[in-house]
Ligand binder design. Structure first.
Ligand code: UD1
Length: 420
């Protein structure tokens, strides 16, 4: 298993190009199953999760090909030949479950393995299933698989989510696009990745109103057609590298970063003393003075993202004063805390909150990455720490961050991947 070695203490300086958003790309790829025509997606990031989704869609029968030679544009299309999403793929990536809505809407049936839990919590899929049942699907659980069927087409319905779910909103939005009649999704998630999915569906001929709000109104159409769509920049990658610039005491230009999708993250970083300036085609991030303890609480968009919590906590570990970081989305998303503490951080967890008492410096240590965002928080800590940090189990990182070590090394970090 690969590891990443970092020798800390060098301020970053230079430019990092922000790629397309992983969490937008995955549902957009699944949306290709809603039409037999070709969907062409550009700005697709090169990530393990994208390969997993490619393998999943290919075994459903889709032809997926590279277009042009930028290595980031793909075309997807073709008939659905198999409606089963097997355990071997779904267990690797929960977002595989996003094929359920499109399969049901297009083929009238789907057999999708239950994803099971994951490192950051139990993560049930009840909202997805309940919503699809309201659209007329009959769903049974059998042998670890969700078996879903509908006679004829799905039928529009009024669905009120009891709480906000990104994945359930996406699954239902895709399914409703091909349903018979009107579907209203109330208390829908408003993440920018959902806006991106909706924009692409509209380009494919879907009729969706309320995009960007928590109430989506979808008038189902008989068929969708092909389209071309450019994926939005990754706001979590942007926030993560903004933390890297700040924790190293350097200055980095984040090319293609969008200020619009980063409201709460940028506000919180600025409050903590990070200087962020909008420039043409990106954001300039630097730490001019000291960092100070700042509280953050994760919430659905437009609140502070749970996917930024671990990285922000690494930053707060070396800020002056205390901060309280509260996690309201996932019940078990503090696994980075003991690892950060091994590097000299002073963090105590009390229920859903972590009290971080800033320390003047961290010291390098061997640490274990436990999930995608936790992995990046350990890399951040390594950039700030004195001595050598070895981050083990970096396969988590490869799921969602493209070429981390190259991007950071190009800005002067002493970081390398050790294969094995
Ligand atoms: C998506 C993101 C993930 C991010 C999360 C929250 C993708 C591929 N992944 O995950 O990076 O951390 O949003 O912003 O876009 N829940 C239920 N029942 C359900 C569905 C969800 O109880 O049927 C719970 C979850 O366990 C969690 C909360 O709702 O506590 C929010 O989860 P959700 O928004 O659905 O996250 P994902 O779509 O899985």
């Amino acid at each position: 298993m690969d590891r990443i070695r970092i020798r800390g203490g060098r301020p970053l300086s230079g430019e990092i190009v922000i790629g397309g958003a992983k969490n937008a790309a995955l549902p957009l790829m699944a949306a290709a199953m809603l039409t037999e025509d070709r969907l062409v997606l550009s700005n697709v990031p090169r990530l393990a999760d994208i390969q997993t989704m490619t393998a999943l869609l290919a075994q459903h029968g889709l032809a997926i090909e590279a277009v042009g030679n930028d290595g980031r544009t793909i075309s997807l299309g073709g008939p659905i030949r198999n409606t089963e999403a097997p355990y071997d793929i779904v267990r690797k990536m929960r977002a595989s479950f996003l094929v359920l809505g499109p399969l049901l809407a297009r083929a009238g049936e789907a057999r999708v393995s239950l994803p099971g839990g994951c490192g950051i919590g139990a993560r049930p899929i009840d909202l997805h299933l309940k919503g699809l049942e309201q659209l007329g699907a009959r769903i049974v659980l059998e042998g670890g698989y969700i078996d879903a069927r509908v006679d004829g087409r799905l039928r529009g319905a009024s669905i009120v989510f009891p709480f906000v779910s990104v994945g359930a909103t996406e699954n239902l939005l895709m399914a409703a696009s091909l349903a018979d009649g009107r579907t209203v999704l109330a208390n829908a998630a408003r993440e920018p990745e959902i806006g991106d999915l909706a924009a692409c569906l509209v380009a494919m001929g879907a009729r969706i109103e309320g995009i960007g709000s928590d109430k989506l109104v979808v008038d189902g159409v008989d068929a969708l057609h092909g389209a071309e769509h450019a994926i939005i920049p990754d706001r979590i990658e942007t926030g993560s590298y903004a933390c890297a610039a700040a924790i190293s005491g350097g200055s980095v230009f984040l090319r293609h970063a969008h200020q619009d999708h980063l409201g709460a993250t940028l506000r919180t970083l600025r409050e903590a003393g990070v200087d962020i300036q909008e420039q043409p085609d990106g954001l300039m991030v630097q730490r001019l003075n000291g960092l100070h303890g700042t509280d953050a609480m994760t919430e659905p968009y437009p609140g502070f993202p749970t996917d930024m919590q671990a990285q922000f906590m690494a930053l707060m570990a070396v800020a002056e004063g205390a901060s309280m970081v509260t996690e309201t989305i996932f019940e078990n998303r503090f696994m980075h805390v003991p690892e950060l503490n091994r590097m000299g951080a002073r963090i105590n967890v009390h229920g859903a909150s972590a009290i971080v008492r800033g320390v003047p410096g961290l010291s390098g240590a061997p640490v274990m990455a436990t999930d995608l965002r936790a992995s990046l928080s350990l890399i951040l800590a390594g950039l700030a720490a004195k001595g050598e940090t070895m981050v083990n189990r970096v396969y988590h990182l490869d799921r969602g961050y493209e070429a981390v070590e190259q991007k950071l090394a190009a800005c002067g970090a002493d970081i390398e991947r050790i294969a094995g």
